[in-house]
Each structure stands twice: as structure tokens, then as C-alpha cells.
Ligand binder design. Sequence first.
Ligand code: GTP
Length: 203
Amino acid sequence: MEDYKYLFKVVLIGNAGVGKTCLVRRFTQGVFPPGQGATIGVDFMIKTVEVDGLKIKLQIWDTAGQERFRSITQSYYRSAHALILVYDVSSQPSFDCLPHWLREVEEYASPKVLRVLVGNKTDREDRDIPAAIGEEFSRANSMYFIETSAKECENVDKLFHEIARDLIQTARSNDGQTNDSQQPTLLDGNKQQTWIDSHCCRT
Ligand code: GTP
């Protein structure tokens, strides 16, 4: 049996083209794929990370942003421990769609899911959405917040490590109820914190 303490399922959602696949590939493979094509349906990758001395297996599900795949992708929300909602800081439409994505999360995900808002593509010079606006949205909706660049490898490791760290804390506090460490543990994600203001984004 593989040696890990916890297995967590993380699902990325958000408009087509915001960079979900590139974030996953940057984190799992250390590459920024040239000419990344649109995701068809759902794809997944696995990466084992070490956080605070514990081996954690992250099962990362990359969903298609295109509307035509929506009924397929929604079925992956339910068992997610963490949902990463991605927008593109240079795309106002991708930000304007966030309330729509949150309604989907309310409808299809566990109420205890850890919700993380990510503003991707910070390397772009034609930014439309200031960090403060993203942060305000995340506060209003009780989400973690972080900005990333898959291209420049900015904050990508931090994003997934902080998710793992948070899920470990919750799993540990639930361990009295679920002692089998190989089983995914349901989480209390009802906390509000902005990583930009805390340890996640300190350099
Ligand atoms: P769907 O699979 O259609 O839902 O798209 P997606 O959200 O997975 O986007 P994808 O990762 O395929 O990236 C879309 C485009 O954005 C590609 O041309 C990427 O090269 C580009 N891109 C992704 N991340 C970044 C980034 O951090 N910076 C810049 N400048 N471009 C990025």
C-alpha cells in the first residue's frame, strides 16, 4: 500500500481559458505547456506532497470550462475536499462569471468543501481585475484568495500546499470521528481567510 497519510480530492473550476490546466500541469509536472488545448470533459492528475512532515496525496481534477461539458463536470463537485475557482485577472468576463460558478458550488458541492478563489495570469500586463477586487469578492464569499501565474510559476506550489495544509488541519480535528487515515475526510471549510494577508503569500 502506498505510503501517505491523507488523500484529498481537489477540483478546479472556472471559465474556459482561465488557465486551470496550466496550473495543474505547472504543479504536477513543473511545465507550462505551449499551445495548451481546451479540456474535454474532465482530466485528473495525482501528486504526492510533503507538508509539515506528512505525506499527502492530492488527486487533482481539472474540469472543462466550456458550457457544453457542464453536466459532466458538475458530478465531480460532490466528493471534492477543496474546490479551486479560477478566473483570469486580464479577463473581466471570467471574473463576472464567478457568482454563477458559486451558485453551482452551492448546488452541487458539499457545504463543507474548502473554497479557494484564484486570480491567474498575474504575469499579463493587460490586467483588468486589481488584486483588491478579487480579495474583496473572496471575503464576501468566505473563500481563501490567492493570485497566481502558471506561466511564471508564481504562487502555484503555495496554492496547493496551503490547501493541503488546511485540509490536514481539518482532517486532524476530525480524526476522532474518522480514524482510518487512508480515507478521505470531510472538512469544515467554513472559515474565511485571505492567504494574501497571511502566511501563504509572504515571501
Ligand atoms: P479549459 O480547458 O477550456 O477550461 O481552459 P483552462 O482554464 O484549462 O485554460 P488552459 O490551461 O488551457 O489555458 C488557456 C490559455 O491561457 C492557454 O493559451 C495558456 O497558455 C494560457 N495561460 C494559462 N495560464 C497562464 C498564465 O499564468 N499566464 C499567461 N500569460 N497565460 C496563461
